[in-house]
Design a protein around this ligand. Structure first.
Ligand code: SAM
Ligand code: SF4
Length: 328
């Protein structure tokens, strides 16, 4: 389906939980009150919503959270999503802590890709960022994933703390492993408002100095907003998702379904449609669900307002939920 700015909307990020086992300082630094389970969409409700979304052209699905692997039955959800005619890809984004134990089942379910969020390969820095000591579990899960030929992307959000940026170890993962390493700019959402991210041009400049043969890879753009670079001798690529410094809204292809069942047209704004109420109303038909998708897509703004408008934008129009509640 086309939105008012002629963008094709074919991708939905679905958050299946607002709970998390990490405490990333820019996302969920302390335990926040989780939604009661009855307020979270059931898998049946998610599948019903997806069937209607697919009839309007959604065919790419990303499962997110909170930490999605904290919820029981994710591989089964993947399998059922993959069985919906019209869905072309189902992928997952995870912090990787619980990934190893689910890999076989996810592969059997037909997962098309796994994004693993990892901000540092330094154990102490990782602990300070996430409140978690088990970096080795995540590294092991990365290796086990590529061994199973899963398409893996590492997503890193770097904080500007005045020290030397921690990009190099992460980039070096793509030298030996068949995976892409992507840097995501810190967005001023929820706790992220308190942090300054590292501008991607700074990292890119340092990459050019470190790897003189690096070139932008314009031949194989992905389905999302990442801009990729190839480095001679590297197996994988390095990507940048620069929502702030290189706004990419003109190619936005996505909507979001939060764990509590809000259909959101844009990460930046509070607006959305309460799909859960429609799904749980026995008088509402599938047509009402489709209508909710149509209205959400019609509400898509031309762009986010993180950089320019936000200081003057009326507070009530801006998203106030924490990222952990939306799904990133
Ligand atoms: N727990 C899973 C994970 O970490 O991949 C899925 C949910 S998490 C909210 C999804 C992504 O959002 C992660 O890559 C995380 O780094 C990113 N994220 C969280 N807060 C952010 C912020 N303020 N700006 C940019 N990215 C953020
Ligand atoms: Fe949890 Fe992911 Fe947020 Fe970190 S970024 S606190 S792992 S939801």
């Amino acid at each position: 389906m086309l939105d008012p700015f002629n963008r094709t909307i074919d991708y939905m990020r679905i958050s299946i939980t607002d709970r998390c086992n990490l405490r990333c300082i820019y996302c969920m630094p302390q335990k926040i009150r989780s939604l009661p389970e009855t307020e979270i969409l059931s898998y049946e409700e998610i599948l019903r919503a997806c069937i209607q979304g697919v009839s309007l052209g959604i065919h790419l699905i990303k499962i997110t959270g909170g930490e999605p692997l904290l919820r029981e039955g994710v591989p089964d959800l993947v399998r059922q999503l993959k069985n919906i005619p019209g869905i072309s890809k189902v992928s997952l984004t995870t912090n990787g802590v619980l990934l190893s134990r689910h890999l076989d089942a996810l592969c059997a379910a037909g997962i098309d890709g796994i994004n693993i969020s990892l901000d540092s390969l330094d154990g102490e820095r990782f602990r300070l960022t996430t409140g978690f000591r088990g970096l080795d579990d995540i590294i092991q899960a990365i290796h086990e994933s590529v061994t199973r030929n899963i398409t893996v992307k590492i997503n890193a959000v770097l904080i500007d703390n005045g020290g030397k940026p921690q990009w190099q170890g992460l980039v070096e993962l793509a030298r030996v492993l068949p995976l892409d390493v992507r840097f995501i700019e810190m967005m001023p959402i929820g706790y992220g408002r308190a942090f300054k991210g590292i501008a991607h041009d700074t990292i890119l400049q340092e990459l050019y100095e470190t790897y003189p043969g690096i070139t932008e890879d314009t031949a194989s753009p992905g389905a999302g907003p990442a801009v990729y670079y190839g480095i001679p001798g590297f197996t994988g690529k390095v990507g940048f998702i620069s929502a702030l410094s290189h706004r990419f809204c003109q190619t936005c292809n996505r909507i979001r379904l939060t764990a509590e069942g809000m259909l959101k047209p844009c990460l930046c704004y509070a607006s959305g449609i309460d799909l859960k109420s429609i799904l749980r109303d026995p008088d509402k038909t599938n047509e009402a669900i489709r209508q909710a998708f149509v209205e959400t897509i019609a509400m898509k703004p031309a762009s986010h307002c993180f950089t320019d408008m936000a200081p003057q934008a009326p507070e009530e129009i801006l998203e106030k939920r924490a990222m952990v509640a939306i799904g990133g």
